[in-house]
Design a protein around this ligand. Structure first.
Ligand code: GTP
Ligand code: K
Ligand code: MG
Length: 443
């Protein structure tokens, strides 16, 4: 994607119509656009009201609030302009069309503004990811985590580790040069060995936080599992407060795995409805059951639902051993008399009457709170972060065990490169397209 010469533009605000729509431009021709369409280039960072004119015939397209940010002091590092126009479809359509007629201008691709910010050193990769997460955040806890990442909590920590590693390697390599001159074998000081161990422990501790940061991004995985007709899809709809899943009295209704995102006391929970487990009758149902077991075994919590009016068998061993935690749920309590007793652990509910649903929701929120409690602010939020941290940790562990300073320096280089991949300092061309494609147009 080498496109620096081009000036890009896009609608950067949300769905139309709206009161105001923001069209953003970035690139070398921003000044020319402002001169021809807004009369002149406004003073940088000053809000001005201008008649926006069609560059083809000078006719007025709209009255717009215009902002100019002079590069490199801008979001992308290039000259940037924002045109705050009235958010009607025809207005925005006319402005975008007019911009498209200007030489050297073209519509932006998804994530292209952020890509330019990264290319110009405005944001490291962890901040770019934080920005994507902030836009996607659905709950308070997600918003806080994403904002903290956007503000650099994790990227700065990784850069700090990388700086210390580079310093350590430089000292060891300097010792090597000196040894060569003196014709002796170099040695590593105790202080440098202590620094190495300290770094390794710091990175290991971060890794031990495990998938907490990823779970906060993606939601805690809670799977509804159990025999057909237990009421799994009914519970899914009740908790989601809308008809996500089809409910019928026919056993084997649900085939595909369905997901909804819930906000439980600010914590994100992904609720997963699955096909009822039984000896399947057809290929489609068989496939549904295979998927149910696969998804359920990945979950942090399985709600194992059964019909309380019949014999309850409990969760099969394969589900119990695969899932993190299993809660037995006895549904259809309304069909059973008052004296009905469920096992100590099972939670009796009736989706039909709503009995026990409030209690279940509270228990779920408490479970989520417990899972997310104690998470620090500088979190590894993606699989790729943890993979790189673990490469780094391995290289440091090898470095600790070698005697030859030359081999040690080489391992430190590996370790530093692994950290550089997290922030995008080095060698990440392959992951860039994946990361930026997560963005919408105009971001
Ligand atoms: N009496 C009573 N009926 C219920 C209750 N919850 C669900 N049902 C009924 O039970 C039947 C099956 O409900 P579903 O939600 O489709 O059950 P499921 O577990 O998703 O079933 P499959 O997708 O086929 O595995 C439907 O007719 C529901 O209306 C309840 O609490 N009490
Ligand atoms: K059903
Ligand atoms: Mg179902």
């Amino acid at each position: 994607m080498d496109n620096r010469g081009e000036t890009i533009f896009a609608l950067s605000s949300g769905a139309l119509p709206s009161a105001i729509a923001v069209v953003r431009l970035s690139g070398p021709r921003v000044r020319i656009v402002l001169e021809t369409m807004a009369g002149s280039v406004p003073e940088a960072r000053r809000v001005v009201l201008r008649a926006l004119k069609d560059p083809r015939d000078g006719s007025v397209l709209d009255e717009a609030v215009v902002l100019f940010f002079e590069g490199p002091a801008s979001a992308t590092g290039e000259d940037v302009a924002e045109l705050h126009v009235h958010g009607g479809r025809a207005v925005v359509g006319a402005v975008l069309e007019a911009l498209g007629t200007v030489d050297g201008l073209r519509p932006a691709e998804a994530g292209e503004f952020s890509r330019r910010a990264f290319d110009n050193g405005k944001l490291d990769l962890t901040r770019v990811e934080g920005l994507a997460d902030l836009i996607a955040a659905e709950t308070e806890a997600q918003r806080r985590q994403a904002l903290s990442q956007l503000r650099g909590s994790f990227g700065d920590l990784v850069e700090e580790w990388r700086r210390r590693l580079i310093g350590l390697r430089a000292r060891i390599e300097a010792g090597l040069d000196f040894a060569e001159e003196e014709d002796v074998l170099g040695s590593v000081t105790d202080a440098d060995r202590a620094e190495l161990t300290d770094l390794r422990i710091g990175i290991e501790t971060k890794l031990e936080e495990g998938r907490g940061g990823e779970r906060l991004r993606d939601g805690l995985q809670v799977a509804l599992m159990g025999p057909p007709n237990a009421g799994k899809s009914s519970l899914m709809n009740a908790l989601a407060r809308r008809d996500v899943a089809i409910v019928t009295e026919e056993a084997g209704t649900t085939r595909d795995v369905l997901e909804v995102h819930l906000d439980l006391a600010g914590y994100p929970v992904t609720l997963i409805d699955t096909a009822g487990l039984r000896e399947a009758e057809g290929v489609v149902e068989k496939e549904g059951i295979r998927r149910a077991l696969a998804r359920g075994s990945d979950a942090d919590l399985v709600l194992w639902m059964e019909d309380a009016s019949g014999p309850m068998a409990g969760a099969p061993g394969e589900v119990v051993s695969a899932a993190g935690t299993v809660w037995p749920i006895a549904n259809k309590a309304d069909l059973v008399g008052d004296g009905f007793e469920v096992g100590d652990d099972a939670l009796a509910i009736s989706v039909k009457t709503g009995a026990g649903l409030g209690g279940l929701q509270e228990k779920l929120a408490a479970f989520a709170g417990e899972k997310f409690a104690g998470l620090g602010s500088a979190m590894a939020t993606r699989e790729r972060h943890r993979a790189a941290l673990s490469d780094c940790r391995d290289a440091l562990t090898r470095a600790e065990s070698v005697v030859d300073p030359e081999l040690m320096a080489e391992e430190l280089r590996h370790a530093g490169d692994a950290l550089g991949r997290i922030t995008g300092r080095i060698d990440v061309e392959d992951v860039l397209d994946v990361i930026f494609a997560e963005f919408c147009i105009g971001k």
